[in-house]
Design a protein around this ligand. Sequence first.
Ligand SMILES: *Cc1c(COP(=O)(O)O)cnc(C)c1O
Length: 400
Amino acid sequence: MLTRDFIEIEEKYGAHNYHPLDVVITKANGVWVYDVDGNKYLDCLAAYSAVNQGHCHPRIVKALQTQAEKVTLTSRAFRNDQLPFLYKELSELTGYQMVLPMNSGAEAVETALKAARKWGYKVKGIEENSAEIITCTNNFAGRTISIISFSTVEQYKDGFGPFTPGFRVIEYGNADELEKVINKNTAAFLVEPIQGEGGVIVPPEGFLKKAYDICKKNNVLFIADEIQSGLGRSGKLFAFEYEGIRPDAVIIGKALSGGCYPVSAVLSDKEFLGVFNPGDHGSTFGGNPLAAAVARESIKVLLEEKLIENSFNMGKYFRDGLAKIKSKHIKEIRGKGLFIGVELKQEANGARRFCEALMKRGILCKETHENVIRFAPPLVIKKEEIDWALPIIEEVLLMD
Ligand SMILES: *Cc1c(COP(=O)(O)O)cnc(C)c1O
């Protein structure tokens, strides 16, 4: 079977909720993926930063296999011998007292929203059913009905109403607006320290710190969605570290499992996550022993292989290399660590055709929004691999 045969079946039987590049991947290793026709590609998307540790990392795969042969799912009706250590290790790593495990990123965001509302009523004393959560323009936090209710991307909402009330949106990067919108009913401010799906947008320097101080002053929870920007992607464990703040809660997912299993979590202190009582919230698969074993090993790999430092250093190297490319199409190159966005000018006619051209030459990227090419390879990438990629990227960006 060739690429087109797989695509034909997929298009015939699958819902068309994605528009993937026409590459059918059959195996992967580190920063490299291989298609069914035998071609090899450098993966510059890393499954939206879920495979920060590199594809099929041998240690993570081993942890998955070992745990799969012991016990995979107990449900939280019973306890298992992996989850306590995931809690402890995450707490020791991040300094937060408590962890609440989920599966997908969206579920962890929903969990944080529920916790924020409950905290608003039980701790802050907000009048029943009037809690508000403030979010930012151009946000991405998942695809559930409540989450899309605060999206500012028309397509994400089109045809999906009625929406969940209780959200307000301020301009990303505008702390003054945050201060104006906060009122006695505000429970939390939910923000991506760097917006990923929004186009790798780094907010103006000082914004996060200012927003954080405003939240503290007004008894509003500051919740960082680090599902994509976290776990080394930005060159720090968490992107908020660049501004020296400590959010009240941090949401993680994606690379928490090195791409080997869906695992997400909310991290916070007792004052916040402590609002949950038995029966308030849950998930059949959340916190299962397979997930916990995989996540524990994924974190160890991230730390022991110094992937956060590598992201910082290689990110700088990659961005410096991109900055030397003299293309009429480039509007801006931005990012932190290996979280890099190249925004093209309107006249470039969209980023997709450049992604397709890169694919033909062995580099897999995905356009985000219309005009941004995201370069976010696994954090195991080496200098030689970037040196291999840069001339190819240059050739493609010099196209007409
Ligand atoms: C991907 C992402 C999510 C949603 O994660 P899913 O696992 O796809 O549900 C939430 N927030 C951010 C910032 C993300 O990048």
